[in-house]
Design a protein around this ligand. Structure first.
Ligand code: NDP
Length: 377
């Protein structure tokens, strides 16, 4: 039979023989009940989906933050982003539909602002971390005291899930203050909220990373261990994907995940890859640790922009160690990406414009024999 809409569009009537109407049942709605009895209703629908979850992401304004806010918001979850600086959070607003990403001003020293950030959520992520001490917060404040305050707010409002992002090599006995405070932070959050999911990412790479960008930049001149530290670099997008899965899968509660890439590299191996990709040679000068550490200590105290820290020098002497008891990407059904296959994409802006990615386009270019590098080697 011809529908009114069909008639309006001038469609021919369907033949009588095919007039059997098949009713298609599509399960477009799903309901889940959380540990505390909250119903999570999700409806698929592209950018206007309803994800059902309300997630707070502390530290969303950093590098890794955007890869989890983006995934949650585009699936229609409400994402609460506590922030400190107006300009650092603007890019997150467009991750989801209008009203999906909500900003709340927060300071770790202001308990009420932390509580306000978590009280409506059913999952809280803590991505707050710092590589170097600042005037207002040392590493202990950020990784232990701050994490404790967030975990306390999570426990107070009985939020269903808490995911705490720690670091590879987190160990309370480590000679590095960063790894030590990360280890103590893990202990603190588990003590306050035992169901915490702990995530220990390996050094991350991606567009805004501190690995490839540092190696490709000119300021990374001094090293102390001849770049011999070894680790398994991991793709930020894979870690974002893992964090998203943790939101939907409650069996990840109470677990510890070590998220690392498929290949073990030394920093020197990655520097060689970077040099090849940017078609430039970056010089590195090895200076003794005893000389660099006091200089960086002083510079860090006097200057107000990141210049490196004594602890970062200490970390150059520590290889990544994998905890065999921790779960990995395999347990989440994710295959981590290989660094080598992505360096081209991330390092292209560092190449000189003198290099072409296309064969000579004109007679003049052919005559001048301009060098060109093929995209696929
Ligand atoms: P970034 O340094 O890019 O971001 C850190 C985030 O923490 C920012 O949002 C920052 O806020 C926030 N933050 C730092 N100090 C404070 C503070 N005192 N009060 C409130 N907020 C604060 O880190 P990444 O995104 O690279 O890393 C995310 C997490 O993963 C961190 O915990 C980090 O230690 C960990 N990690 C990272 C690795 C890496 O290679 N990048 C490797 C292993 C672990 P603001 O923007 O306001 O400064």
């Amino acid at each position: 039979p011809r529908s009114a809409a069909g008639l309006a569009r001038g469609l021919a009537p369907a033949p009588r023989s095919s007039s059997v109407v098949t009713v298609q049942r599509r399960f477009v709605q799903d309901v889940q009940i959380t540990r505390t009895g909250k119903p999570i209703i999700s409806i698929q629908g592209g950018r206007s989906s309803l994800g059902g979850h309300t997630a707070t992401v502390f530290g969303a304004t950093g590098f890794l933050g955007r890869y989890i806010v983006n995934r949650l918001a585009r699936a229609g979850n409400t994402v609460v982003v506590p922030y400190r600086e107006e300009m650092t959070k603007r890019h997150l607003k467009i991750s989801g539909d209008l009203g999906r990403v909500i900003f709340i001003e927060m300071d770790l020293r202001n308990k009420a602002s932390i509580e306000e950030s978590v009280r409506h959520s059913d999952i809280v992520y803590n991505l707050i971390g710092r590589n170097y001490p600042t005037k207002n917060f040392d590493l202990d404040d950020v990784h232990v005291w701050g994490a404790e305050r967030i975990a306390e707010a999570v426990a107070k409002y009985d939020v269903d899930r808490f995911v705490h992002v720690s670091s590879f090599n987190a160990n309370k006995h480590s000679p590095s203050e960063f790894y030590r405070t990360k280890g103590l932070g893990e202990e603190a959050v588990r003590r306050i909220f035992p169901e915490t999911t702990i995530v220990r990412p390996a050094p991350l790479f991606g567009y805004e990373d501190k690995l490839l960008n540092t190696l490709a930049g000119v300021s990374n001149l001094f090293t102390s261990n001849g770049m011999q530290q070894r680790f398994w670099p991991v793709h930020a997008i894979d870690v974002g994907m893992a964090l998203e899965k943790m939101c939907y899968d409650d069996s990840t509660a109470e677990q510890t995940y070590e998220l690392y890439g498929p290949t073990n590299y030394s920093m020197a191996d990655i520097a060689a890859l970077v040099d090849k990709e940017i078609v430039k040679h970056r010089r590195h000068i090895n200076l003794p640790k005893k000389l660099r550490q006091p200089v960086l200590e002083l510079m860090n105290r006097l200057l107000w922009w990141p210049v490196g820290s004594a602890d970062e020098v200490e970390r150059e002497f520590i290889d990544q160690v994998i905890d065999p008891s921790a779960k990995t990407f395999a347990d989440l059904g994710i295959e981590p990406a290989e660094l080598k296959s992505l360096t081209y994409q991330y390092l292209l802006p560092y190449r000189s414009a003198a290099y072409y990615d296309l064969p000579p386009q004109t007679e003049r270019e052919k005559r001048e024999e301009r060098k060109y590098l093929h995209v696929i080697d």
